[in-house]
Design a protein around this ligand. Sequence first.
Ligand SMILES: NC(=O)c1ccc[n+]([C@@H]2O[C@H](COP(=O)([O-])OP(=O)(O)OC[C@H]3O[C@@H](n4cnc5c(N)ncnc54)[C@H](O)[C@@H]3O)[C@@H](O)[C@H]2O)c1
Ligand SMILES: O=C(O)C(=O)C[C@@H](O)[C@H](O)[C@H](O)COP(=O)(O)O
Ligand SMILES: [Zn+2]
Length: 371
Amino acid sequence: MTDQTVLRVNGPTPYDVVVGTGLLGELPTMLGEGVQRVAVIHPRALAATGEAIREDLAAHGYEAHGIEIPDGEEAKLAPVASFCWQVLGQTGFTRSDAVVTVGGGSTTDMGGFVAATWLRGVKVVHMPTTLLAMVDAAVGGKTGMNTTEGKNLVGAFHEPAGVLCDLAALETLPRNELISGLAEVIKCGFIADPAILDLVERDPIAAVAPGSAVLRELIERAIRVKAEVVAGDLRETAGAAGTLGGHPGREALNYGHTLGHAIEKAERYNFRHGAAVAIGMTYVAELARLAGRLDEATADRHRSVLQLVGLPTSYRGADWAQLHESMKVDKKSRGDNLRFVVLEGLARPTVLTAPDPALLTAAFAEITREA
Ligand SMILES: NC(=O)c1ccc[n+]([C@@H]2O[C@H](COP(=O)([O-])OP(=O)(O)OC[C@H]3O[C@@H](n4cnc5c(N)ncnc54)[C@H](O)[C@@H]3O)[C@@H](O)[C@H]2O)c1
Ligand SMILES: O=C(O)C(=O)C[C@@H](O)[C@H](O)[C@H](O)COP(=O)(O)O
Ligand SMILES: [Zn+2]
């Protein structure tokens, strides 16, 4: 009897996302044939876990090296990538060797980037340890590094060879981190799978309880949404090209992120990613409502479902001019035109290009009003 669920991600190089507990035994199979050296990249907070995985790999005959990186967004900086490249160089990493990331989204983003760039691309297996990384960051091959000018401005698409989501990791995750991850789950509910919203609304306590059947179902549903979206538009080109008949393709996964990333930068990354995205989703719901695209009930549902699990839906930090300036380098922008993913209804994402500036500020007024 196994508690594992295997979710397939299709695309140029299909791979599995395994959800369950006690998954370390799956790692050698996922690494596949021919791997001699493995670099286990983990944040400081997970030093013991990283070392246990390194030792297990060594016991299986791999030449296993641990690479410790900073916790959180501090990991997503160029000097950290440079340090990792140095270790790979000094340990003689070749194209048949592999990176294993163990950590949250900041670890999978930066470790994935190192794997994408070392020798122009080596194998990577992600072992996400936060809810957010399990349902989002570890799946789909997007990697990202921050620069002074903004969030994720450097990166590459580099799909993993596989993803192991060990649910036991969620037992040690601080509650605010779990809640942050739930924002990306709820995002999947709005853009593609409204059953997610029903599940959260029916039992918000179980939704944030590690080990609950509800949380597991939410995780699996969100991974399915992500897998389906990236399989259809891995490199995020379909939305701007208009090849999916109005569907934004992979850009749909950026719902709430245009303002969300600007808030994270303004708050010097002291804001959780999911919290910023929750505010960003509330903002675009208001924007879509004011633009006459979205009905009032669905816009209001953003506030109610996000608040139910303790996520913020209002903001009174940085001013609009500063946030607007940061949004200009959002990857969905084309030239001087901002492009926002908005909803025309539940599970009906589309792109709103260059909205009237008066609408942008009116929507901002809606989310600052009650902060
Ligand atoms: N590439 C993508 O598709 C994608 C998707 C979503 C988010 N992201 C990125 O992911 C990042 C956010 O990731 P996150 O929310 O996982 O945060 P995170 O990686 O910063 O982890 C949060 C904190 O929890 C600690 N931690 C991790 N696992 C733990 C565990 N099991 N027990 C105790 N502590 C643990 C970490 O060390 C860190 O201090 C952002 O940089 C965001 O841009 C990327
Ligand atoms: O996988 C994607 O595509 C996403 O947009 C998922 C987002 O949740 C994630 O935060 C991503 O890193 C944002 O991408 P970016 O291209 O806006 O940096
Ligand atoms: Zn995100």
